[in-house]
Design a protein around this ligand. Structure first.
Ligand SMILES: [Zn+2]
Ligand SMILES: [Zn+2]
Length: 270
């Protein structure tokens, strides 16, 4: 790795429904890559907690405690909470009694809709995509107001599908005010903004959020950033992290954060 402190703080093991590899294999790969720090963040979709995720969360926590990471690897235990704003009681239950190092807050679907991955965008009525995005920004504000997370996961997630998979361009200038509102709320709340590098290996071809939004976050006073590949297999672990660090440097950042016991530890972008 050209960056001494390259760290991957968003990825999934087989403890997630869409993950492929065991935690031990993920740790072994992190060590092989020479990552400075490795944080595993399996899924908990809060609105499906009781029927689909409670047992998974318990299992992931037990397995993270039992694994013996390779000598020298800084291994941290995290979780990615999906839509905690939609079911705060389940979000609380998922965190309670487990001493996570790092909690990602994400919105994968807006209330009463499926994950953005599953929605139909082609031939949608005029204004449909715009109104989906407006609801997405609003739910991000709810998530930030709820507050029991450390970093906001993959801001602009819907674009991974709308622009990336379906090739429908979205003019974010029309959403500038709403995005500024989200970034400012995040800064006021003392939460980090994640640079999710999955987009670099997907059709969208850029980080989530991308360079202009990272510049805007910094302009508004944002300094806390985290980095994650959002890998769902050992093969993707660490992918794009160094490019993500390049993007952060280009946006003017000199450091990024990893989290231990829910506290940020700043590391230089070198
Ligand atoms: Zn996610
Ligand atoms: Zn994820």
């Amino acid at each position: 790795m050209k960056y001494k402190f390259a760290s991957d703080c968003h990825n999934h093991s087989a403890c997630s429904p869409d993950g492929h590899d065991a935690i031990a294999a993920m740790c072994a790969r992190a060590a092989e890559l020479g990552l400075y720090a490795y944080t595993l963040t399996d899924h908990c979709e809060c609105q499906k907690y009781e029927e689909r995720y409670r047992a998974r969360v318990e299992n992931a926590w037990a397995q993270m405690g039992a694994v013996r990471p390779p000598e020298g690897l800084r291994f941290y235990r995290g979780i990615e909470l999906g839509q905690p704003n939609q079911d705060t009681a389940s979000a609380k239950a998922a965190l309670e009694g487990r001493g996570y190092d790092f909690v990602i807050g994400s919105v994968h679907n807006i209330r009463d809709y499926e994950d953005f991955f599953f929605l139909e965008y082609k031939d949608a009525p005029a204004g449909y995509i715009g109104s989906l995005l407006e609801t997405y920004w609003r739910e991000l504000l709810e998530l930030i107001a709820w507050g029991d997370f450390d970093s906001l996961g993959h801001l602009t997630y819907p674009l991974r599908y709308i622009e990336g998979e379906h090739g429908i361009p979205v003019d974010l200038k029309r959403h500038r005010e709403a995005i500024d509102g989200v970034l400012s709320a995040l800064i006021r709340a003392g939460k980090a903004l994640e640079v999710n590098t999955s987009g670099l290996r997907q059709k969208i071809g850029r980080t989530l959020p991308d360079l202009p939004l990272l510049k805007r976050y910094r302009e508004l006073g944002g300094r806390l950033v985290t980095l994650g590949s959002d890998a769902h297999s050992t093969a993707d672990l660490g992918k794009g992290i160094e490019e993500g660090m390049d993007v952060l440097r280009e946006a003017g950042f000199t450091e990024f954060a990893i989290y231990e016991k829910r506290q940020p530890r700043m590391l230089p972008l070198e």
